[in-house]
Design a protein around this ligand. Structure first.
Ligand SMILES: *Cc1c(COP(=O)(O)O)cnc(C)c1O
Length: 350
């Protein structure tokens, strides 16, 4: 007899973007700037009462998000990062090993992991040739066992966004009996007016959950805070299975303070948007295959050359994120750091 569930033996570990001292990290889609001073001050103030438990119900942040989006606070669930909410979504939907979680592949590497942790079954549908979600094929892959569908827009790691029209058609085809999660971790970087905005649809679709995070545009990846907006029933279920006190007091205070300086944080996203166009166009000009991106990263479809390209970048002290054998995901950073990446891409000979 083993002490531990046998199925965990083959569970892949989450691979974080590498961090190497002295190297430039373009592997985790973070913002290279620290949180603004007012956010750091709020975090320090919260840390001063670190001997006390945080607010279990995350009241102040939930109220703040509710007024921000004009939804009832009961429809919001805050979690220890939106990855934690992904796992909670599996917990609230899947009970039997025959229960299925459906998602595109390639997509966010946490989806297969949280599915396996929840002892459910993953079903994947390949991206289209242009690295987009194939929502028609995904709708066709729904069975009576499908409990949860994860849709990532913009998609990590390919950067492509789902359009509002295709997503609405998808929701109509899937029907109201399967929970659909729209993971919008990179929402603040979206500029395409045709791209889906989950919050514009969530009122009309009780089976839709929108996931957002403070880890990317809001520069708080290390504090661990994300949230879901859904129907009151779904949000309540998410809160039920949340590990108690897992959203720390510094995370709660930091997130509220970040919302106070939202304009400044979003202005910095606009610079990244300009840079992603330049980075993509330069890479295209050098002969690389790079789909249009709505996120703060680019996908370089390198196929069998994925590992070699990542190794070449590392020689130039640039850490990118290889997903062999498909391609490399590279964070769009400051102009200076992006220039280094573009120089490395130019000298790569394969
Ligand atoms: C970065 C990211 C998240 C955010 O994860 P946190 O747990 O909130 O840090 C969620 N989904 C996707 C697709 C991501 O890339």
């Amino acid at each position: 007899m083993s002490l531990i569930r046998a199925d965990l033996d083959s569970l892949p570990a989450y691979v974080p973007g590498r961090a190497i001292p002295g190297a430039i990290k373009l592997s985790s889609n973070e913002v290279p700037l620290p949180p603004p001073p007012s956010v750091l001050a709020a975090v320090a103030e919260a840390a001063a009462t670190g001997n006390r438990y945080p607010d279990l119900v995350v009241g102040a942040l939930t109220a703040r998000l509710a007024s921000e989006f004009g939804v009832d606070p009961g429809r919001i669930a805050v979690g220890c990062g939106s990855v934690s909410l992904c796992q909670q979504l599996v917990q609230i939907t899947c009970r039997e090993s025959s229960d299925e979680v459906l998602f595109a592949w390639r997509s966010f590497e946490a989806y297969p992991i949280v599915t396996r942790i929840g002892a459910a079954t993953a079903r994947t549908v390949p991206l289209t040739e242009d690295f987009r979600h194939d929502l028609d094929a995904m709708a066709a892959a729904v069975t009576s066992n499908t409990r949860l569908i994860m849709v990532c827009s913009p998609n990590n790691p390919t950067g492509t966004a789902v359009s509002r029209t295709e997503f609405e058609r998808f929701l109509a085809t899937v029907g109201p009996d399967v929970l659909v999660a729209l993971d919008e971790a990179y929402h603040e970087y979206v500029t395409d007016p045709d791209a889906v905005d989950g919050l514009a649809l969530v009122d009309a679709h009780p089976n839709l959950v929108v996931l957002r995070t403070f880890s990317k545009a809001y520069r708080l990846a290390g504090l661990r805070v994300g949230y879901a907006v859904a129907s009151a029933d779904v949000a309540q279920a998410l809160r039920k299975v949340c590990s108690p006190f897992s959203v720390s007091s510094v995370a709660q205070a930091g997130a509220i303070a970040a919302l106070e300086v939202k304009d400044e944080l979003l202005a910095a996203c606009a610079e990244v948007v300009d840079e992603r166009v330049r980075v993509r166009e330069t890479l295209l000009g050098a002969g690389y295959t790079v789909p249009p991106t709505q996120a703060n990263f680019v996908w370089v479809a390198l196929g069998e050359q994925t590992a070699a390209f990542a190794a070449h970048c590392l020689e130039q002290k640039l850490i990118v994120r290889p997903f062999a054998p498909d391609g490399v995901r590279v964070t769009v950073s400051t102009p200076e750091e992006n220039d280094l990446l573009l120089a490395a891409a130019t000298t790569f000979t394969g």
